[in-house]
Write a protein that binds this ligand. Sequence first.
Ligand code: ADP
Ligand code: MG
Ligand code: ZN
Length: 587
Amino acid sequence: MSSDRTREVTKRILLVLFALWLLQFAFFPPLASRPAELSYSAFLDALAERRIAEVVITDRVLEGEFVSGEAFTVTLPAETTGLAERLEEAGVEQQYKVARQPWWLALLPTVIWLGAMIGLFAWAQKRQAGAMGLARGAVKPLAPGESTVTFADVAGVDEVKADLEEIVDYLRNPDKYRQIGARIPRGVLLYGPPGTGKTLLARAVAGEAGVPFFALSGSSFVELFVGMGASRVRDLFAQARKNAPCIIFIDEIDAVGRQRGAGPVAGGHDEREQTLNQLLTEMDGFGAYEGVIVLAATNRPDVLDRALLRPGRFDRQIPVGPPDAKGREEILRVHAAGKQLDPSLDLAAIARRTPGFTGADLANLLNEAAILAVRRGRKQITMNEIDEAIDRVVAGGPARKGRMIRPEEKRRIAVHEAGHALVATLTPGADPVQKVTVIPRGRAGGFTLTAPEEDQMLYTRSELEARLKMMLGGLAAEEVLMGERSTGAQDDLKRATQIAREMISRYGMGESVGLMSVPEADWPGVQTVSQESAAAIEREVQSVLDRLYREVRRLIEANRDRLVALVVELSDRETLDGDEVRQILGA
Ligand code: ADP
Ligand code: MG
Ligand code: ZN
C-alpha cells in the first residue's frame, strides 16, 4: 500500500468510527425508551397520594412503579431526609441496591473507542513510515551492494559522473584525502530538468560507493503527521552518524527546502519550516571528516531556501542538463541493451532526430518501440517502430510537446549561436569562446559561453565594445542568413543595453554626455538625473548600439561562408568547444 492510499483509508476508517461513536448515543440513549422521569417533588406528591406501589433505589436513582403498574424513575437530590420513613409510612415496598455500574464502567465504551482510534492512528503512521522505508525510530539504510545500479547505467552526463566518482573515491579511501588535508564537500546538490537522470545517478552512487545509503524523498518529511518531520530529520542524521562513512540522499529536496515564508500552502508552513531548520542545523552539526555526505536532487533549484546553499551545506552544486547528440546516442545504447534491434538501426541517427529529449524520454522511446514491435508480431525493433514511438513520446504530454524543438527553430538557434561565436572569435579584444551549444537551457534556446583567459578587473572601452559586438552577433547572423530577426535576441539586447548605458553614464565613455557619473536610481535623498541628461544618455546608448550593430553586420556579411560552415557543424554536433569553433572558422 502506498503511503497516500494508507492515509486515505485511515481517514475513512476514522470517520466511520467517529460516526458510530456518535450513533451509539442516538440508538442507546441513557434514558430514552426508559420509564418516564419524574421530578422529586412530583414523586413526593404521588407518594403522599399513595399512588406508588414499589421502589428500587440504586445510589441516586430511584426506579419505581405506580399502583397503576406504570414504571417511572426519579433522580434523587443529594438531600432526601426522611424518605425511607415516608415510604414505609405509605406502605411502599422498598429495595436498595448497590450501583450496578461503577463510574469507570460507564466510561468504558468511550475509553474503548478512544483506544481503538489511537491504535489505528499509530498503525497508520507506522504503515506510512514503513511505506517509505522508515520503520518508526530506525531509518534503514540500503546496505552496500544492495543497489545494483552502477555508473555504467548512466550515460551522457560524463562531467557529473566525474564529480560523483570523486566523492565515491573519498568514501572508499578517506585516509588519502585526510592525509593531504583535502576538504570534501558535505552536501552535493544535483539539479536540472526532470528525467535527466538525477535519481538514477544517486542510485549509481549507492551502487558504487560500498557504504550504507540512506535514501528518502523530501516530500516524505512534510507529508508526515504534524511534528514528525523535524524529529525524522534528527533520527536520520543520528543513524547516519552511527553508520559513517555513509551517504544520505534526499530526493526532491525542494519539497522540504522551499524558501521559508514563501509558497502557496497556507497553514502547512510551520511544519515544513521546522523540518527545514532541523535539516540546516544537522548539516552544520557534523565535522568535515565525519564521513557523512548528503546528496540531494531537485528540479527546482530556484525555489530552494538560500540557506541550504551556503558553504558547509550544499556547497557543491552540479547541474544535470539534457544530453547532447552524442550523449543521447550513449543513453540509447544503454537502454538498447537487452532489446532486440534490427541490425540496420542507427542509434546515432535516432539521437540526431531527438533534440531536447532527456534520458527518461529516450528510455521511454525505446520501450514504446519495443511494445509496438510486439504488437506487430515482429521479432526485432525497426526504424518504423522508432518513428512512431518518437511521435508518441513527443505527444506524451503538454510539457513534452513544448520541449521538442521544431527543425526550423533548431536551425535558427544554430544560426544565432554561430553568430555570437563567429563575432567573438573574429573581433580583436573579445573574450575567446569556451563553448557553444544549441541544447536548450531554461528559457534560452542555446548559448555561447565566452570567458577571458585570465581574471580581469578593468575593461577598456574597446574591450567593452568588443563584448557588445559579440552580444549583437546572434541577431545580426539571424538577419543575414534567415532574412529577418526573431524574439530570440531579447536577452542579448537587454544585457547589451545595460552595458552601453553603464559605459556612458558611469565610465565616462560617451561623447555627448561627457565625464559625468549618473546616480543609479532614485535613492532617497539622491538627486536623480535631469530629464535632459536622461534623454541625452538614451540617445547616446542608441547611437552606440546602432554603430556597433552596423559593424557586426559588415563583419558577418564578409564572413558568410565561415558562418555557414559553423552553422552546419553546430546543427550536427549540437555542442562545440572553443578550439573546435576556432578550427572550423580557421582562426
Ligand atoms: P530525474 O531524477 O532527473 O527526474 P530519473 O533519474 O528519475 O530522472 O530518470 C528516469 C529514468 O530515465 C531513469 O530510470 C533511466 O531509465 C532514464 N534515464 C534518465 N537519464 C538517464 C541517463 N543519463 N542515462 C541512462 N538512463 C537515463
Ligand atoms: Mg528524480
Ligand atoms: Zn544570443
